[in-house]
Design a protein around this ligand. Structure first.
Ligand code: NI
Length: 255
């Protein structure tokens, strides 16, 4: 059995046939899937589908950096409320994203800091979304080293040095998805050096579909394609990758 450690069945691109997509994932051997939260606008839909599949779908709660805007204080309070009143397995997806600009950089850092404290208070792992913001991330993370955070760097495509730096101040695994199947990716070289005990599989569906579905809608059923590529890079069998990454996910998220 595989575990998809980061997916979004409630996304409007996937929602129309989310039930069928859950079934296709189960048929493909993906027995557990963790939905990453983004903000209050989509949280209800996440819980609706999540509640229909106990023991199969698991949920995170958190405010996504791309959703940090003028109403960030209310959104942060709602994310905290979800985290403290719902049955969740992680705080996520949280982080920093300066891809669309740095207008809310200060607020994003404040929101991240608050959610790191929340994760520590609840003794939950964090699921990290990072884009074009590693230096600021390390600034916040080093300030929070006393929290002894653990978690996962979702959609990891950075260098081995970045992986090492992140692990100076917290305990991080890496989430590997469809990008590892893209032919021009430098990721395989990095992945060779990261211990298999620190690798988690994910789709980030409906985004980042693996080859041969690249550019199309992604879903959890495609996770074995990611596993096959990771197995090739690590020189292990798909079965070994399946067993190890499932063990890693079950241990980190307590599922
Ligand atoms: Ni995501």
């Amino acid at each position: 059995m595989f575990v998809d450690t980061h997916t979004h069945f409630y996304d409007e691109w996937l929602l129309p046939d989310a039930e069928e997509a859950v079934q296709r994932a189960l048929d493909a051997g993906v027995g557990k899937m963790i939905q990453a939260d983004v903000d209050s606008r989509e949280r209800t839909a996440m819980w609706e589908i999540g509640n229909r599949h106990p023991g199969v779908l698991f949920q995170m709660a958190g405010l996504y950096p791309g959703s940090v805007g003028p109403d960030w204080k209310e959104e942060l309070a709602l994310a905290e409320q979800a985290a403290t009143t719902r049955d969740i397995v992680a705080i996520g997806e949280i982080g920093l994203d300066y891809h669309e600009g740095k207008e809310y950089a200060r607020e994003q850092k404040e929101v991240l800091r608050c959610q790191f404290e929340l994760a520590a208070r609840l003794n939950l792992p964090v699921n990290i979304h990072l884009r074009d913001a590693w230096e600021d991330f390390f600034e916040v993370l080093s300030d929070c080293k006393h929290l002894h955070l653990r978690g996962n760097l979702h959609c990891f495509t950075a260098s081995y040095e970045i992986y090492e730096r992140a692990n100076r101040w917290a305990d991080f695994s890496v989430g590997i998805g469809g990008v590892v199947t893209f032919r021009n990716a430098s990721l395989p070289k990095t992945l060779e050096r990261i211990p298999v005990e620190r690798i988690l599989l994910e789709t980030d569906a409906p985004y980042l579909a693996p080859v041969p579905y690249r550019g199309r809608r992604n879903e959890s059923a495609f996770l074995p394609l990611v596993a096959a590529q990771v197995a090739q890079v690590k020189g292990l069998s798909v079965q070994e990758i399946e067993n190890q990454t499932t063990h890693n996910a079950e241990t980190l998220f307590g599922i």
